[in-house]
Design a protein around this ligand. Sequence first.
Ligand SMILES: CC(C)(COP(=O)(O)OP(=O)(O)OC[C@H]1O[C@@H](n2cnc3c(N)ncnc32)[C@H](O)[C@@H]1OP(=O)(O)O)[C@@H](O)C(=O)NCCC(=O)NCCS
Length: 275
Amino acid sequence: MRSGVLCTASDSEADAIWPALDATHVFDSYDDLQRFRADGAWKVQVTERGEAVVLERWRSHLDVLAMLGVWCSRRRVPELVQQVRRIASARGYGRLLSPMVDTALAASYERAGLAVHTRIVTLRRDRRGWNSGEPTMAEGMHLRRARKDDLPGLVQLDSECFDDFWRYDGERLARYLAKDRMVVAESSHEVIGYTLATTVRGTGTIGRLAVSPSARLRGVGETLLIDALGYLFRAGAEAVSLCTQEGNLASRALYRKVGLMELDSRLVLLSGPTG
Ligand SMILES: CC(C)(COP(=O)(O)OP(=O)(O)OC[C@H]1O[C@@H](n2cnc3c(N)ncnc32)[C@H](O)[C@@H]1OP(=O)(O)O)[C@@H](O)C(=O)NCCC(=O)NCCS
């Protein structure tokens, strides 16, 4: 291997970078990393200098390769991104997506030809002061844990709530159903919304909140959100944080209403063609 050149990580190289990967929570566990590598070893790339990049297809219906994480000095980012572009192009991907990075780091990705795709707001609330009991249900509605047989309906719901870039496919939703707490809101035997919540090392996060367009502005989103926050705090999370697009004013208003505070800093996702 040439010193600054990315190559597929061997077993021992993957073990060597595990502490760095672990610290940034890209994987839930070491076993999770091993499963990821078994699915395609090329998705973990390292250099002899100990730099690393973790890659994954962004969505199964898009030819976008996402960098889940990049571990190198800021100075080296443009060079490594150029190398990833070539890997992506050779594997038939048309576009490359950066990790979610602080705006201060965006220039390093822009130097490699990527441009800001989405600006992201992070919101957070501490457990302190949380005393909401059971959420109030709109008439005729109830919440329950999602089941496998909900998946086709959830794929449909997700595509009504998110554009092609953000929507989840069935395989991704099945993975989250198995791993996270997925709750659906149901009315007249129809699923009208859902949340995904999980706790990673003491911090809760809500990975998804979606309400069918025909059921909006009736308190369904707020009910699902209060239920998810209550679950995460009961499960021991000291704080809950989540992200949304800066331009998503409806969700930002909802999150603020239940006491989530917006951080001043912004994260960005950058993207660009691979060719
Ligand atoms: C964001 C979303 C979940 C809101 O669901 P909802 O069921 O319509 O929301 P609720 O009726 O519970 O609204 C609760 C509060 O949220 C805010 N809110 C909701 N929709 C809003 C809108 N379109 N404009 C402004 N504020 C809005 C309001 O503060 C509202 O309180 P109010 O009724 O007292 O004014 C829904 O619009 C949605 O699924 N959007 C697409 C997916 C998405 O953006 N998900 C979140 C980001 S990951």
